[in-house]
Design a protein around this ligand. Structure first.
Ligand code: NDP
Length: 291
């Protein structure tokens, strides 16, 4: 029997734990963690994401702060807002919603965020900490992917992990997290020779590519755990559907466990953002570890 790894249920579990940690912080230390989100411009998808993050933050008992800037805001205005949020002691987490309008350097703005408030884990400092194995804030989607894999196999040590995709947002940090779990990690990408053969070596196969159903069923080793990060919108039989980077129906015939799309890694991303906010609040304020 193949286990379908239920991202919604696991995310609900993470969120419940976060809500408990927030309640404890409030009653013991009179602290309410706060997440500030910066949104520049009118991108409709970004507005939806920011609204959802705000709702989830408040549901977890935290304070949600939104800063909206017009599409023609100058880079200096965004940088200056980020610096103000860095200096504001009541703000524990800062998230700049990407993409930013083309005239603004995302890299500059992101790296202005205080690394200890960088709840997306995207600053160079946090990327460096991850590589060096130091305590930092870890990008949400890769963090969620590993949590999901560990629900079916708590100890990943010694397993062959293949991560298809080497983006800064997903593939690279995911590879580092799997390495930290003592997996033997292969990072595959668009120039990988014989990708199907590389994938067939995987005990844990992670796909973060952005190509619908790139990974075929016969690329999956019998008994492998498959984590599908891809979210692709396709037209099929006259309907718009969300599908992953893995051919789910075929892959589940070989996998021992697999994440669906939708309802897999997706819900974990916001849950891990909330987790990072609580972790940041606890560390900044010296309140001890968060489970
Ligand atoms: P990027 O476009 O930044 O990176 C894609 C990676 O896939 C690149 O490293 C690229 O290789 C590699 N790639 C492209 N084509 C192939 C191919 N034919 N064979 C092997 N590798 C290939 O994407 P992201 O990492 O940002 O996102 C990946 C997917 O994950 C997307 O579907 C995105 O929507 C989804 N996503 C989901 C999230 C969630 O919450 N669940 C969050 C973030 C992303 P190269 O480096 O050589 O170009």
């Amino acid at each position: 029997m193949t286990t379908i790894i239920d991202g919604k249920a696991i995310a609900a579990d993470v969120r419940a734990k976060i809500a408990q940690a927030v309640t404890a912080m409030q009653s013991r230390h009179n602290v309410q963690p706060a997440l500030a989100v910066v949104l520049v411009g009118d991108d409709p998808a970004s507005h939806v994401y920011v609204r959802n993050k705000g709702i989830a933050t408040e549901k977890a008992g935290m304070k949600s702060i939104e800063h909206r800037l017009p599409v023609d805001a100058a880079e200096e205005d965004v940088v200056s807002l980020v610096r103000d949020l860095n200096a504001d002691d009541t703000v524990d987490g800062i998230l700049v919603q990407l993409p930013l309008p083309g005239h603004i350097s995302s890299s500059r703005v992101i790296n202005e965020i205080d690394p200890d408030k960088d709840v997306d884990g995207l600053t160079e400092v946090n990327a460096g900490r991850l590589i060096l194995g130091k305590e930092g804030l870890v990008p949400c989607t890769p963090q969620g992917s590993v949590i999901m894999a560990k629900t079916v196999r708590p100890n990943l040590s010694g397993l062959n992990a293949v991560v298809v995709g080497r983006s800064i947002l997903v593939g690279k940090p995911l590879s580092m997290l799997l390495l930290a779990e003592n997996c033997t990690v292969t990072m595959a990408h668009s120039r990988t020779a014989d990708l199907p053969a590389v994938c067939r070596e995987a005990d844990i196969l992670c796909a973060a590519v952005g190509i619908p159903r790139l990974v075929k069923g016969d690329w999956v080793k019998k008994g492998a755990i498959v984590i599908d990060v891809g979210i692709n919108r396709i037209e099929e039989q006259g309907k718009t559907r969300l599908v992953g980077d893995v051919d789910f129906d075929a892959a589940k015939e070989n996998a021992s466990a697999i994440t669906p799309v939708p309802g897999g890694v997706g819900p974990m991303t916001i849950a891990c953002l909330l987790r990072n906010t609580v972790v940041a609040a606890a560390r900044r304020r010296g309140l001890g570890a968060v489970d």
